[in-house]
Structures are given as structure tokens and as C-alpha cells.
Design a protein around this ligand. Structure first.
Ligand code: AGP
Length: 369
């Protein structure tokens, strides 16, 4: 069956709105409510082998790398295994140390990104075990890895990735729960997270229902030449992905920063002409994050705050654009915080009259070095 944009003005719009259904597809048959764990048969690793993993190294490019950073935090939090993500495009050039008790994870929508493929081959050349989180069935990376999780996002045409990234995140969450459950993650915590995962498709739908209001905010952000996206810990890769999406299709300069690093330099750039999109989840850092918002407001910086209903912005309330997303389990919040950032980028680009699906200078997949 042909995949076309149907009634949508672009593939990106169609693909954003498909997310609830595609999220259900990646979770289907892979969640065990009873024992609070994931069922990821394609990993080709039994419980004992999963237990023997001492470290996780995630490799991807661009947005896949940023989702990899979200995945690394999920794995560290839920399984308490040291995990980190690295740009696959850099990996092979630094003569990487490949260890037998490390699980390598290659993340790619297309499965054809040359840098990610060459990272997989370098790992295998050095005897490492690598799994793939890949969308396109039978793609080069899917064929070369030692095991993996298909993302079931369906075809993705728009250069700016949306639904594939969401499903990468959900695949990481299932992997993290499964790695956690062969270690110290309790059955109760496992069930709590599985229930959280089951709620995500419906919650994505709720975020997308706010599209008309988000479009208004986007239009005013599109007027700025330069923007900041800030977040910390779990929220930082969200900010990175938000800035990436914004710059890809609006061609505005969008820079992601850790909220905690603002005062170490970039605060100098804050002015009435430089808006900030701040990721402020209702978590253990909320008070610090709100304090940082005051620093920005004191310098006249316009603020858009992506947050949760319970968060009290104090005297900033009414002076900032506030976007509330539904609350899930704290560990799973990043994906819901990411969805409005897609919609903001999309409507900013639309208001500027850009070609949404084929932004200048970019290709859907980068298959040559
Ligand atoms: C996402 O919006 C980008 N177009 C880009 O960063 C992309 O995620 C990256 O090139 C990796 O592609 P892949 O997932 O197909 O490997």
C-alpha cells in the first residue's frame, strides 16, 4: 500500500500525528504486566547474559544520538548499569576500546546511516556484541547487528524525524526495564513502569490535541533569529532534540544548553530578542529549574516553559508561555516533554513558509561519508 501524506499538508505533520498508533505498535506484545518486565526476544540474550552486562554504550547520529542519551539515562536509572551515548560519526576515529562485557546499541531510523553502520563494523571487528534499534526492516544495520529491536514506526518520509524517535525512546525504556529486572529493579517498580509505558500512546494524543495553541506559540518563536533550549539531567537531551528539530526546519539558530551551565557563559546572550524554551519537569530538580527561569526573566529573556500541571512558577506565572504535558512516571517523562517541541518546530517552519519535508541542505539518510 502506497504511503502518502493524505489530507496532511506534509509528511512531517502526518508522521507526528501517527505517533500514538505507532507507539502502541512498538510496545505491542513486548510488555509483561504480570512480572513488570519487557519481552525483547530479538535481543538474542538470555537472563544470565543480560545480567553479565557491565556497561552500555549507545551509538547514533543526530537525533538518534540525542534519543540515545535519553536511553542511557533510562538504563542508568532503572538498571544501575553505567551507560552513555556517543555520536557514531566520531566513534571509529578515536580507536575506541571495545570490551566484551559491554552491550553496544546502534540506533537508527533508516538503518543505512553510514557513520552508524561503520561504528557497528568497528565494534564487531574488535569482537564486541552489538544490537540495533532500527526502524527499516532488512536495512544494512539491521542485517549486520547481533540482535535487536525493530521500531515498528512505519515508513518515515520527512527529513525531520518524529515517530521513529518516539519509538526509539520506547524501545530504550523496554530495554532498560528488562535490564533492570534481571538486577535490582523490583517487580513493583517494573509494574509501575510497564503501566507508565502503556499510558504513553494516549498521553501523546493529549499533547498533540494542543496543536492549535502550540501553533500560536511557535509563530512568535519563529520571529526570533536565535533561541535557547535548556534542560538538565533527563531534560537535557530533550532540549538538544528540541533545538535540533527547530533548526532543521525553521533555519533559526537554536542552541541547547544545560540549564545549570547558563551562568557559566551563555547567560551573556540572554536579551529580549533571544527567547528560551525551558524544559521543567515536575522532578527533583524543579526548584532549581524555576530559579534559573528567574535569572532569564530578570534579563528580559522571553520564556516558553514546557512543564507539568503541578509545577508552581511563582511570580513568573502569567508572564511566560506555559505548555503543560501529561505526567507519567518521572523516568518516562522525557518523551512526553519532547512531543510539543516537534509541534513548535513544525509550526515555526510553516509560518516561515519553508519546505517542511525537505529542508535545505539535508538528506533523510546520510549514506556517504
Ligand atoms: C532528525 O530529525 C535528523 N534528520 C537526523 O539527525 C537523523 O536523526 C540522523 O541523520 C540519523 O538518521 P538515522 O536514524 O536514519 O540513522
Amino acid at each position: 500500500e502506497a504511503y502518502d501524506a493524505g489530507d496532511h499538508e506534509s509528511f512531517m505533520h502526518k508522521e507526528m500525528l501517527e505517533q500514538p498508533a505507532r507507539a502502541e505498535a512498538v510496545l505491542r506484545g513486548r510488555l509483561d504486566d504480570k512480572f513488570g518486565t519487557g519481552h525483547l526476544g530479538g535481543l538474542n540474550l538470555d537472563a544470565r547474559e543480560l545480567r553479565a552486562i557491565k556497561r552500555v554504550k549507545i551509538l547514533g547520529c543526530g537525533s538518534a544520538y540525542y534519543v540515545g542519551q535519553m536511553g542511557a539515562s533510562l538504563i542508568e536509572e532503572l538498571a544501575r548499569i553505567p551507560a552513555d551515548a556517543e555520536a557514531a560519526s566520531e566513534f571509529r576515529y578515536r580507536n575506541p576500546i571495545v570490551e566484551p562485557d559491554t552491550l553496544y546499541v546502534a540506533v537508527s531510523q533508516s538503518g543505512e546511516t553510514i557513520d552508524t553502520l561503520l561504528a557497528v563494523q568497528e565494534i564487531q571487528r574488535k569482537g564486541g556484541f552489538v544490537i540495533g534499534l532500527v526502524n527499516v526492516v532488512g536495512s544494512a544495520i539491521a542485517r549486520e547487528v547481533d540482535g535487536g529491536i525493530y521500531l515498528h514506526a512505519g515508513p518515515e518520509v520527512a527529513v525531520a524525524s518524529t515517530k521513529a524517535l518516539t519509538n526509539m525512546y520506547l524501545a530504550f525504556a523496554m530495554l532498560a526495564v528488562q535490564l533492570g529486572r534481571v538486577r535490582d529493579l523490583s517487580i513493583a517498580d517494573g509494574r509501575r513502569l510497564i503501566a507508565g509505558l502503556n499510558a504513553i500512546p494516549g498521553q501523546i494524543d493529549q499533547v498533540l490535541a494542543a496543536e492549535p495553541e502550540l501553533a500560536v506559540v511557535a509563530k512568535s518563536l519563529a520571529e526570533a533569529e536565535s533561541l535557547f533550549f535548556i534542560g538538565r539531567v533527563r531534560g537535557f537531551p530533550v532540549a538538544r532534540e528540541g533545538a535540533q528539530k527547530f533548526k532543521e526546519i525553521s533555519y533559526r539558530h537554536a542552541e541547547a544548553y544545560q540549564t545549570s551551565e547558563l551562568k557559566h557563559g551563555p547567560l551573556a546572550l540572554i536579551s529580549t530578542a533571544v527567547p528560551t524554551v525551558a524544559i521543567v519537569p515536575d522532578d527533583e530538580l524543579v526548584e532549581r529549574n524555576v530559579a534559573a527561569l528567574h535569572e532569564i526573566a530578570a534579563r528580559g529573556g522571553p520564556l516558553t516553559v514546557v512543564t507539568h500541571a503541578g509545577v508552581d512558577l511563582g511570580d513568573l506565572a502569567g508572564k511566560v508561555e506555559r505548555i503543560d504535558v501529561p505526567k507519567n512516571e518521572r523516568e518516562l517523562d522525557p518523551i512526553l516533554l519532547t512531543i510539543p517541541l516537534q509541534v513548535l518546530a513544525y509550526h515555526a517552519a510553516l509560518s516561515l513558509g519553508h519546505d517542511i519535508d525537505k529542508p535545505r541542505n539535508l538528506a533523510k539518510s546520510v549514506t556517504v561519508e
